[in-house]
Write a protein that binds this ligand. Structure first.
Ligand code: SAM
Length: 272
């Protein structure tokens, strides 16, 4: 084969009609896919873990940029199309059929891959929180993930905004998170109901002495009752009222007024 067939032909050839149940909304625009693939930086010989390649549009863009890609796809119908892509790029694409939620992706790499994914909302958010909970510094170099715009806003939100919550704190306490680009719904086939955005996350040094599970518990309690004062919402977290006092955090404040650093300080006090 001297050239790859256009993606729409691949879809027709392998009968890859988009499945709603699998959250399939495909991207075909090569220029747009190239811009997404450029977000993690120079990919020459870089290791990439791609989750949910589908018919392989983004995979093509990553390979064109010089990456070595390991792709995990749950939909068996897509595997022959991906195998064809692997044959076109010998030794550069490893295709794994399976559910990314069940696979220990870390064990697939010796180095530190960049992760790239365009996934359905529920799977994307579950994997995102899992990747953020890794031992730090994590086994991945960066995360470049397509989300619904509203979820992307929650990840990068600043204190005081309605979007600020558990996801913002978990994403920002030891990583930098930014919206790298927004993607119009009409770019997808079929178009989803809402707009999308690509979030790029890179790890930074973790604050010392803080346990992830404790931070998770504190943020879940605080934002679980976000309209309530901290003294009420953190009642069920042992030691929290005393920790607020020690740290000089006014217990009549509400969760959304606390900076990420203040949540970190609370979790540190409770991690001892
Ligand atoms: N990356 C392709 C693109 O941009 O055109 C496809 C994106 S589509 C929104 C999401 C893909 O993730 C689908 O191919 C779907 O089958 C796959 N997928 C959904 N859940 C998955 C899971 N748990 N593990 C692996 N792949 C999954």
């Amino acid at each position: 084969m001297t050239a790859l067939p256009p993606l729409r032909e691949v879809i027709a050839q392998y009968g890859l009609s988009a499945s709603k149940a699998l959250g399939q909304n495909f991207l075909f625009d090569g220029q747009l896919l190239g811009r997404i693939a450029a977000i993690p930086g120079d990919l020459a010989n870089a290791e990439i873990l791609e989750i949910g390649p589908g018919p392989g549009g983004l995979t093509r863009a990553l390979l064109t940029a010089g990456a070595r890609v390991t792709a995990i796809e749950r939909d068996r119908r897509c595997i022959p199309a991906l195998d064809e892509l692997a044959a076109f790029y010998p030794g550069r694409l490893r295709v794994i059929e399976g559910d990314a939620l069940d696979i220990d992706a870390r064990s697939l790499f010796e180095g530190t891959p960049a992760i790239v994914a365009n996934l359905p909302y529920n799977v994307g958010t579950a994997l995102f929180v899992r990747w953020l909970s890794a031992d730090w510094r994590p086994w991945w170099r960066s995360l470049t993930l397509m989300f619904q715009r509203e979820v992307a806003d929650r990840i990068v939100a600043a204190p005081g905004s309605t979007a600020y919550g558990r996801l913002a704190v978990l994403a920002q306490w030891r990583a930098q998170a930014r919206i790298a680009m927004t993607v119009h719904r009409s770019a997808f086939t079929p178009p989803p109901k809402v707009m999308s955005a690509v979030v790029h996350v890179t790890p930074i040094d973790a604050p010392r002495g803080v346990r992830f599970d404790v931070l998770e518990r504190v943020t879940a309690a605080a934002f679980g009752q976000r309209r309530k004062m901290l003294r009420q919402s953190l009642k069920g977290v042992p030691g929290a009222p005393a920790a607020l006092d020690t740290l000089g955090i006014d217990p009549t404040r509400r969760a959304e007024t606390l900076a990420v650093d203040e949540f970190v300080a609370l979790a540190r006090t409770l991690s001892n």
